[in-house]
Design a protein around this ligand. Sequence first.
Ligand code: GDP
Ligand code: ZN
Length: 311
Amino acid sequence: MTETLCGQVLYGINTIYTVHTDTGDIQCRIKGKVLRSDERSYNPIAAGDFVEIARDLHSESQGMIVAVRERRTRLIRWNKKGRARQVLAANADLAVCVSSTQSPPFRPRFIDRVLAAAEAGGMTAAIVMNKADLGIGRDTEGRLADFRRIGYPVLVCSARTGDGIATLQGALLGKTVVFVGQSGVGKSSILNSLEPGLGLRTGEISAKHDRGNHTTNFSLLVRMPDGTSIIDTPGIREMELADILPEELAYSFREFFPFAQRCAVPVCPHENEPGCAVRAAVERGELHYDRYESYLRILFELRESRRSVHG
Ligand code: GDP
Ligand code: ZN
């Protein structure tokens, strides 16, 4: 005998998914035919996914995932090692890109990629600038000012001193938020200052399930008492984009839009086309050159690979 209920995936390791339901957490496997076989994914079900479960009435903490609900949003990257798209988070409202002023150095190109992935996946994005106690250089300030100008909130904080943490907490309240960052920027430290122990759980759970290389590479959703849900992602070195068609990439650079509408060529790739209003705006300094260069690099990558093709 089974009963059917709905829940949200907290994390999945080696095909066992831990799903939160109103009646507690349930360990689930995927029922054979649930997933489309043509979906080449590193992880077909992701942290944040809403799923339907058939629960065995004799063992209440175990069940089968029988259906996955359509995702409202998704944050996807290309997993080079796994040669497949990796869904870092499903159904998040906000993507927070954590970066640091120094050690490791500020990497605006990485931020551009996270912002573009968030836009493509249908969620809003914000930048958290950690390690403010180490000081912020003038170049970095300039880039942050441009991110603000084009509409991305920038929250400056220090997990070490606690400065800015309360403001960050307020900005997340009640939302489902995915945190992304390169290793060493202080993502775990920030999560721990939001709620003690939060940033540690990924490591603890990894250790508990240690069975090979999947373990350090999964996201984890934590529901906080204040109604905020945090999806912590593994520290990543590169954010290569996937699931974006080259001709649609410009939509993920939101400040290009008012100019792109005025390009002479239809479906303008904004490279060297005559009458390209985006390129002209870059030359006039109305669009930041670094953002444009990030766009061109990603465009090139998407064309080179076939990973922009769905399925
Ligand atoms: P993660 O890899 O992004 O999770 O980074 P961690 O939270 O493990 O932090 C990496 C290193 O940066 C640790 O040595 C932290 O103590 C240090 N760190 C984290 N936040 C801050 C900060 O606000 N200021 C300074 N100076 N160091 C920090
Ligand atoms: Zn153009």
